[in-house]
Ligand binder design. Sequence first.
Ligand code: GDP
Ligand code: MN
Length: 396
Amino acid sequence: MKIHEYQAAALFAQYGIPVSEGMPAFTPEEAEQAARSLGEGPYVIKAQIHSGGRGKAGGVKMAQTPADAAARARELLGMRLTTKQTGPQGKIVRRLLVVRAMRIERELYFSMTVDGASGQTVMIASAAGGMEIEQLAEQAPEKIFRAQIDPALGLMDYQTRNMAAKLGLTDEKEKQFMHLAAGAYRLFTEKDCSLVEINPLAVTAEGKLVAADAKVNFDDNALFRHADVASLRDVEEEDPRETEASRYDLNYVQLDGDIGCMVNGAGLAMATMDIIQAFGGKPANFLDVGGSATAEKVAGAFSLLLSGKNVKGIFINIFGGIMKCDVIAQGVVEAARKMAVNVPLVMRLEGTNAEAGRRLLHASGLNIVSADDMADGARKICALARIQNNGEEAHE
Ligand code: GDP
Ligand code: MN
């Protein structure tokens, strides 16, 4: 789960990571009020959307006076910001953060995340802050420093001191860095984060280290033990289909292909996406209905797939273990009766009650293509989706 910068900054403050004084604002009047109560300007007015790259996209503006802050807020609120991370559809700005501007002397990069290869938390930092870390990793990977943190030992002082030296931070600044890194590690572990990122970590003209941006992502699987974090969720920032999926407790990720997939089990879902690609198709989504889906859950999943504008075909690939194939078939038949299905549908059922499931499909009279196995199903749906696509092009 992602949260907004102003929410992440509040968490930073709680864990002793210095941030600029600031306040969220939802209207131009609130932005003006916020500026006034922060004291003398200049101020930075920042669009709050779940995306980085706001600066380059025009989502971060300077203001000299409170009245100026209101004017900038008027420009930003309601604006559609398109950054490298939002995709072409962009995101509407509904919230702002107003902070007192700092005089920044140097911009560093700092983050903590989970390193998949070692399964450990890793601290990452660079003296080349401000720019995108992905770009830096490509162009100058030698400028990025990493330190793996042993979970049994925690973050060790020597690791942070080493990192400070690599960033050119000495004396008072080294001390501040030690304090900041320790706070970030406590936040990362206590709140079950998947990412804590400060980019840029500013070195101010006054010689202070201050987080000029704040990004914190959380591990969804640990949200149940952090009600405080879960309450920060902003569903307006999420893909509406992913939000809908979480209502049915489905694992759903939107992708940009045109073949909708419904599968039980994450491993099978990945194999299904692979085999679709192998037959020249592109999956429109990752959808795992889980090992013990009910007919209702299946119907929810099915309507989710049909609501995708790009979907040119649906492949349902089920391996019945605990999950019974006839239950899945029942759910699909019920859903297909209620909704207009105008794309080809291929279904492969294997395992528990597969035969009963196939009989249900057959008896329904619906136009569902049955597949003998996974490869057969993938081949069929790719071919049918291609015909569907060509048909549309012919009409244009
Ligand atoms: P992002 O583009 O979405 O990552 O948004 P950031 O919060 O990183 O802001 C973009 C840029 O605005 C930063 O890289 C800074 O250079 C600049 N910026 C942010 N806060 C301040 C500030 O207080 N003073 C100054 N001078 N620049 C700032
Ligand atoms: Mn940033």
